[in-house]
Design a binder for this molecule. Structure first.
Ligand SMILES: Cc1cc2nc3c(=O)[nH]c(=O)nc-3n(C[C@H](O)[C@H](O)[C@H](O)COP(=O)(O)OP(=O)(O)OC[C@H]3O[C@@H](n4cnc5c(N)ncnc54)[C@H](O)[C@@H]3O)c2cc1C
Length: 434
């Protein structure tokens, strides 16, 4: 990788997401050499992916070059490389660019969509975990409507305009709300020769309420908001299959739908070379102690979504969300500095800052530790928090201007099929149910 050794210990961070970037920033100017590798050259702000998928934002406004984030930091190297395996005996990484030696290894590779072993859904459904996936989804949603115009078969047309979202967590809820707003405000103008009132947005949740990690009040309010927008919510319904055309569930309920969006779970990205027998926890996460050290190793750490720190407060690990990732990244950075000063590590303590979700224009739910609120004020809080955590001044301005523009104009102008999503539309020709 052509990175010179310095007299400082080398900390290799794998992954430039929330956790990896927070840690690299914490180590800036300290007596360590930091090498950050990521398979992409950009950081992705995942909470706004759904707005890219639904044409509300351009992808560039939620991505940021990793080199730019860290360009002023001394002793810092970035390589756009993919981790393939960890060789813990020799303290080296195998990457697609070659070998990389480390003194301390920090695994911050995040998570990927969990299809729970259902290959059929994985093959035919759409995931939304990265910018390319969001662009695929954006193209496919728009192509479906273009295709719906071309048929006079009502069943086929309905299937093309039927969206099934699986998973009633924040991602599913936010996506459902955005699609409902498109149906109401944009489709009738864009497709005057199509009866877009027949478009359906179905949100399917296996449990008895949506947003189950939030308060009951937030769940109920989110449900009311979604139903008010015309979203059909199906609770206690487990999706069992999707052949690209028909969605099947554990009950008799079936949907003919050209689009199934899978937002029902994530699992840690697999890392080869670690002693998996002992460290992998449910959700494919790495078991770490209170210092984020991966069980069985002293110089291998995991932070963010990939890390599972089990304790009395978090028996199943911290939520796979941005705040635990950022806080663990900062904390581990501080601990590495403490170790340089020959001081003992301090245990990680998570400060829960609450959670929130937006359902659409003027509608959001916010649960803070001692305060819960919903509606317009919650929506402003949601926007402010997302702008605050977005990386890059330009991105904040662009996103803010887009939101104001979209709000005033009731519009989403990024509804572009730049990179068509290739699919075989002939399969909808013989749809038999609506
Ligand atoms: C659609 C969506 C909406 C979300 N909404 C919210 C929200 O509203 N609020 C909230 O708190 N959280 C939200 N989250 C969750 C939040 O984004 C994650 O918890 C957070 O990104 C985890 O940070 P991380 O640093 O652990 O991983 P990530 O941010 O995923 O970063 C991992 C990095 O590792 C890189 N990488 C992966 N594998 C390799 C490899 N083999 N080699 C090199 N690099 C690799 C990736 O390219 C990526 O840059 C959402 C997630 C999604 C998908």
């Amino acid at each position: 990788m052509n990175i010179p050794r310095s007299s400082f210990p080398r900390v290799v961070i794998v992954g430039g997401g929330f956790a990896g970037v927070a840690m690299a920033k914490e180590l800036s100017g300290k007596e360590v050499q930091v090498v950050l590798i990521d398979k992409n050259n950009y950081h992705t702000f995942q909470p706004l992916l759904y707005q890219v998928s639904t044409g509300g934002l351009e992808p560039d406004s939620i991505a940021y070059p990793i080199r730019k984030i860290l360009q002023d930091y001394p002793n810092f190297y970035f390589r756009m490389a993919e981790l393939q395996q960890v060789l813990t005996e020799s303290n080296e990484l195998v990457t697609n660019l070659g070998m990389l030696a480390y003194d301390h290894l920090v695994i911050a590779v995040g998570s990927e969509t969990n299809f729970f072993g259902n290959d059929e859904i994985e093959q035919n459904g759409m995931a939304m975990k990265s910018i390319p996936q969001s662009l695929n989804l954006r193209s496919m949603i728009l192509e479906n409507f273009e295709q719906a115009l071309l048929t006079d078969d009502l069943h086929e047309r309905d299937a093309l305009m039927n969206f099934v979202i699986v998973g009633g967590g924040p991602t599913g809820v936010e996506l459902a709300g955005a699609l409902a707003e498109i149906k109401k405000g944009i489709l009738p103008k864009d497709y005057p020769d199509l009866d877009t009132r027949r478009a359906q947005i179905n949100l399917i949740q296996s449990g008895d309420r949506i947003l189950k990690e939030m308060s009951e009040k937030a769940s109920k309010k989110a449900e009311d908001f979604l139903e008010g927008l015309g979203v059909q919510i199906w609770k206690e319904t487990r999706v069992t299959g999707y052949d690209g055309k028909k969605v099947t569930t554990k009950t008799d309920l079936k949907f003919d739908a050209a689009t199934l969006i899978w937002a029902a779970g994530v699992k840690g990205v697999s890392v080869k070379g670690l002693d998996f027998e002992n460290i992998v926890r449910p959700g494919n996460r790495l078991k770490v102690n209170e210092f984020n050290q991966v069980e069985g190793y002293t110089n291998v750490y995991a932070i963010g979504d990939i890390a599972c720190m089990e304790n009395d407060d978090t028996p199943r690990g911290h939520p796979m969300m941005a705040q635990p990732a950022i806080q663990q990244g900062r904390h581990l950075g501080e601990n590495i500095v403490r170790a340089l000063d020959k001081k003992p590590f301090k245990p990680f303590e998570y400060k829960d800052k609450g959670s929130m979700a937006t359902i659409g224009r003027n509608k959001a739910v916010v649960d803070l530790k001692n305060y819960r609120f919903q509606g317009v004020f919650a929506w402003f809080v949601w926007m402010f928090v997302h702008l605050f955590f977005l990386i890059g001044f330009r991105n904040r301005i662009v996103v803010f201007v887009n939101w104001v523009y979209n709000y005033v104009r009731f519009d989403r102008e990024a509804r572009l099929i730049i990179r068509p999503y290739q699919r075989d539309y002939s399969q909808f020709k013989d749809s038999d149910t609506a």
